[in-house]
Design a binder for this molecule. Structure first.
Ligand SMILES: Nc1ncnc2c1ncn2[C@@H]1O[C@H](COP(=O)(O)OP(=O)(O)OP(=O)(O)O)[C@@H](O)[C@H]1O
Length: 712
């Protein structure tokens, strides 16, 4: 009779515990895991019962004289789970307060912290006749159906507000907390069920731990080890949990076929990039079987593309990695055009700027519009719609523009655009939007068969109409086509001018739009402060609808962001220097701190002042991946820091005239455009603050920005 295959899995908590023990013991744990993986029943492994444990399936295993691992080996089935590792006493204490159960409704494997006084296996505390607390409206049966362990129902009934809910979070399985957060945000049981609970088709066998390991909720905390190389990679960076443990809402997006383009929204730090990375890996591994085809992973900025490449390397084997091409879209376009003999230079404003000024000499004097009006018209109407003739301009919708233009006025205004196009031609130049349109035309004319089976798009909120029209053309379209386009983005973080309605670009996401809500990066305190910056700002969902931040939550907690105001620039920079010295004194590497400012000029000043104070700095440049090995405090503009993350973020010079940057908002007399520019400036501050994993410090001097409330 063939032996039943043994399943060995590692818990996410085990990795956290593993990361905290000394290197020497880590090596011993690795040796133990090797032995354990080979044969958990090997006579060389000594399982000891834990007398104080409530869960009789828990055992301790000796690592050396002082360290113990905690293992679950249920009586039935050939399953072994590595749960924890610590000093002998601490490990025993941990085990004595935990039970592992298969949830009777969702079938997921849950590790529950038991407080002997409040929670018992059978409900010792009689429920009050009328349920109380913030979940009073929801019946016990409904709570259980959403993944709350039966043993925690009485605890849930004691919760009166969000703070109390947060305080309980470590006592419950993540899915139970997620469900309660959504209920607290006002979602109905049905909505939570639809969004979070993976329906179990069959009745759950609560003794079948092997089956339980296969549920999405179990996969967020248990990794079934079947590949030695992958295991070694995981143990070498145990805290980079995103590599293996996906939240079910992330998992659901990654490992499946989609009958067309998908759009995933989510506030800053909700793991959109992580999802996009895993999606690209899954596609390359399982759906890109034609050896000539690749997955194209495209971003808006070059910095992020460099980071994506580095991260894909961490989760993909060589072969899978070779089937993914990572590039920012502008770069893809310029390379494609160059290979096809394009005779124009693509310019990002340096050379086209003076031509624009020249074209403005054609401004009709009788209409009375400011020069900024023409620029906005060009960027918001002409370029997104690819208008090249006055006839098309007559018919063009001008959504979002504050002023009306009749046919006669349009004809007069067109003179400026016509002149500008003429000057571009004469100088052999093209704007990026033109280049995208030209690339699209070339593809249509020549009928290019591109080597892509799918496109994954990150930072979608900053890509405009021409970009998405092109993306649509990069992979086949049609009713039968699956998995063609996977888009992640967040309208709250739009910091460039582009705005898109996907449906107008031929990208139909109907029925395939999803949202991520758990913030993995920053603390709830930082998240709330940052979200406050965008209060009242209308945010779109990239497809013509509205988006909001309802039901978002961070799993981490910490200090409130510190907002300091100073009289002079010198006082501010002295404060920043003393903050950095304090970080160093507390053992924090300065490479985990980033100073962010609105302009490069301001950063140059900080750089000079910090270096004069003996603090090493490192400026983050365009197109660079973050290199952790380079020492020194980081300096980055609000645009450049997008997509990155640091332990501490210090946002400096948040002064009147700088945030919002006066040149960016006063340069127009159109109230609609002005408001939009101001909102983009708010988004810049939101992006900067949400890059912090732990600490946010916001400084200003002179007159503080209208966006912040200062301490004096
Ligand atoms: N399943 C996960 N487990 C652990 N950590 C995760 C998980 N998903 C994401 N993270 C971590 O959360 C942080 C934010 O993730 P990511 O950069 O993917 O978010 P994002 O939504 O793309 O953020 P932003 O839009 O702000 O750039 C990263 O540190 C990432 O490693």
């Amino acid at each position: 009779m063939a032996a039943m295959k043994i399943k060995v899995a590692i818990a996410s908590d085990f990795l956290s515990a593993f990361s905290k023990i000394p290197r020497k013991q880590q090596n011993k744990v690795m040796d133990f895991i090797d032995k354990f993986r080979d044969n958990p029943m090997s006579p060389g492994i000594n399982y000891e019962k834990i007398n104080a444990a409530k869960d009789t399936n828990l055992r301790s295993v000796r690592i050396d004289n002082t360290y113990r691992a905690i293992v679950l080996s249920p009586e039935a089935g050939n399953v072994y789970l590595l749960l924890w590792v610590d000093h002998h006493d601490a490990a025993y204490d941990w085990a004595s307060r935990r039970v592992c159960n298969v949830h009777p409704e969702t079938g997921s494997l849950q590790v529950i912290e038991v407080e002997t006084t409040t929670v018992t296996e059978t409900k010792a505390i009689p429920a009050p006749e009328q349920p109380v607390g913030m979940f009073a409206e929801i019946r016990d049966r409904q709570l259980v159906s959403l993944g709350i362990p039966e043993t925690l129902i009485d605890l849930v009934r004691t919760i009166n507000d969000e703070d109390e809910l947060d305080a309980m979070s470590s006592r419950m399985p993540e899915e139970a907390y997620d469900a309660l957060v959504m209920l607290a945000a006002g979602y109905s049981v049905e909505q939570v069920d639809q969004e979070l609970v993976a329906a179990s088709a069959e009745a759950v066998d609560t003794a079948d731990f092997a089956a339980a390991l296969e549920t999405p909720d179990s996969k967020r905390r248990f990794y079934v080890v079947d590949d030695e190389m992958e295991l070694k990679a995981i143990l070498s960076a145990p805290l980079e949990k995103w590599r293996v443990f996906l939240h079910p809402s992330q998992h659901k997006l990654v490992n499946r076929d989609w009958n067309g383009p998908v759009r995933v929204l989510g506030g800053a730090g909700t793991g959109k990039t992580v999802v996009a990375l895993h999606r690209a890996k899954w596609l390359a591994q399982t759906r890109c079987q034609d050896g000539r085809k690749r997955v194209l992973f495209t971003t808006f900025t070059r910095n992020l593309a460099a980071d994506i490449k580095a991260n894909l390397r961490k989760i993909c084997g060589e072969e899978t990695f070779s089937r993914i091409e990572v590039t920012n879209l502008d770069r893809w376009v310029s390379e494609f055009l160059r290979k096809n003999g394009y005779e124009f230079e693509i310019d990002f404003g340096r050379r086209t700027g003076p031509l624009w000024e020249k074209a403005l000499t054609m401004m009709p004097s009788d209409l009375g519009y400011e020069p900024s009006f023409y620029r906005e018209e060009w960027e918001q109407v002409i370029q997104p719609q690819g208008i090249t003739t006055v006839t098309d301009y007559f018919k063009a919708p001008r959504l979002g523009r504050g002023t009306r233009l009749n046919r006669k006025a349009r004809k007069e205004v067109w003179a400026v655009f016509e002149e500008y196009r003429y000057l571009l031609d004469e100088n052999g130049l093209r704007e990026p939007d033109d280049a995208m349109r030209d690339a699209l035309q070339l593809l249509d004319q020549k009928g290019h068969d591109l080597p892509y089976c799918a496109v994954v798009v990150d930072e979608a909120q900053d890509m405009g109409h021409q970009a998405f029209r092109l993306i649509r053309r990069l992979v086949p379209d049609g009713d039968e086509v699956q998995n063609d386009i996977f888009i992640v983005g967040d309208g709250h973080q739009r910091i460039y001018r582009h705005k898109v309605v996907l449906g107008q670009c031929g990208v139909n996401i109907r029925g395939r739009s999803r949202k991520l809500r758990i913030n993995y990066r920053t603390t709830e305190e930082n998240r709330r402060w940052a979200v406050g910056l965008l209060e009242g700002v209308p945010v779109d969902d990239l497809d013509g609808g509205a988006d909001d931040q309802k039901g978002y939550k961070s799993l981490l907690h910490g200090e409130q962001p510190a907002v300091h105001h100073f009289k002079t620039a010198k006082e501010e920079s002295d404060h920043i220097v003393s903050l950095l010295k304090e970080c160093e004194a507390n053992g924090q590497e300065l490479s985990t701190v980033c100073i962010v400012a609105r302009t490069n000029g301001i950063l140059e000043q900080y750089k000079a002042e910090l270096e004069a104070a003996g603090i090493k700095t490192h400026m983050i440049h365009r197109g660079e991946a973050e290199k952790r090995s380079v020492t020194g405090v980081r300096l980055a503009t609000m645009h450049r820091i997008k997509g990155l993350e640091f332990e501490t973020i210090i946002v400096g010079s948040v002064n009147e005239g700088i945030v919002p940057f006066s040149r960016a908002v006063t340069n127009t007399d159109d109230p609609v455009v002005r408001k939009e520019s101001e909102n983009r400036e708010r988004a810049l501050l939101y992006v900067a603050a949400t890059r912090a994993k732990r600490q946010v410090v916001v400084c200003s001097y002179g007159r503080a920005s209208q966006f912040i409330q200062t301490d004096n």
